[in-house]
Design a protein around this ligand. Structure first.
Ligand code: ZN
Length: 208
């Protein structure tokens, strides 16, 4: 059985009414404020089980488990063949505070597995993520205006102009992080940005 989901962020939704059947439907979050990515899809729901696995991968540095989780995503590409359209793959960079503690970026490990099946290429250094204050100090006013959205900075604009880009992250909760990353890429000249995550949070407001 196919679970209905938000056409934009991919969040599973309660059963369709007769009125909405066959039409694209949107969750409360995307209805209130449409994200900058065209759409996002996720391989799994962020259940207790997934939470435990992702925790082990990230905080106990279980990289074998991380690669296995990446393969779970890769297997889902068959379900979402549209993902193959995006040949440039950008993993969401680590939050600056996490980067101090962790030596690897979980999104990059997942992205490598996805790229194996989509035949896309992974670009880990296109987006930077820094504390807002650090960016304000280091960048000129014009640079800030052009290359900055939220805490993301576009470090390699020459690689995104005219490109269709797929962002990869471990979890989508509000979608705000992915949306801000998409925003900075679009401002840099990307024609389209989509997203693919390992797991998606399911919220009470959407009927769960
Ligand atoms: Zn949505």
């Amino acid at each position: 059985m196919q679970v209905p989901f938000c056409h934009c962020c991919g969040r599973p939704l309660p059963a369709l009414s007769k009125k909405t059947r066959g039409k694209p439907i949107y969750c409360h979050t995307c209805t209130a404020s449409r994200p900058y990515f065209t759409f996002s899809r996720s391989a799994t729901a962020y259940t207790e089980f997934m939470r435990a696995l992702i925790h082990r991968f990230k905080y106990q540095a279980d990289l074998d488990l991380g690669r296995a989780l990446g393969r779970v995503m890769a297997q889902q590409v068959d379900r979402y063949p549209i993902l193959k359209k995006y040949q440039k793959i950008i993993p969401i960079p680590l939050h600056p505070e996490a980067a101090n503690r962790r030596t690897f970026n979980q999104a990059l490990i997942l992205a490598d597995q996805v790229a194996d099946v989509t035949k896309g290429r992974v670009y880990p250094d296109v987006l930077l993520r820094l504390p807002g204050s650090a960016l304000q100090h280091t960048l000129g006013r014009r640079q800030r205006k052009q290359g900055l959205a939220g805490e993301f900075f576009l470090a390699r604009p020459e690689l995104v102009g005219g490109q269709k880009i797929l962002l990869i992250d471990d979890i989508l909760t509000t979608g705000n992080t992915l949306s801000q990353a998409a925003r900075v890429l679009l401002r840099g000249g990307a024609t389209e940005v989509a997203a693919f995550t390992l797991a998606i949070g399911i919220t009470v407001q959407d009927g769960y």
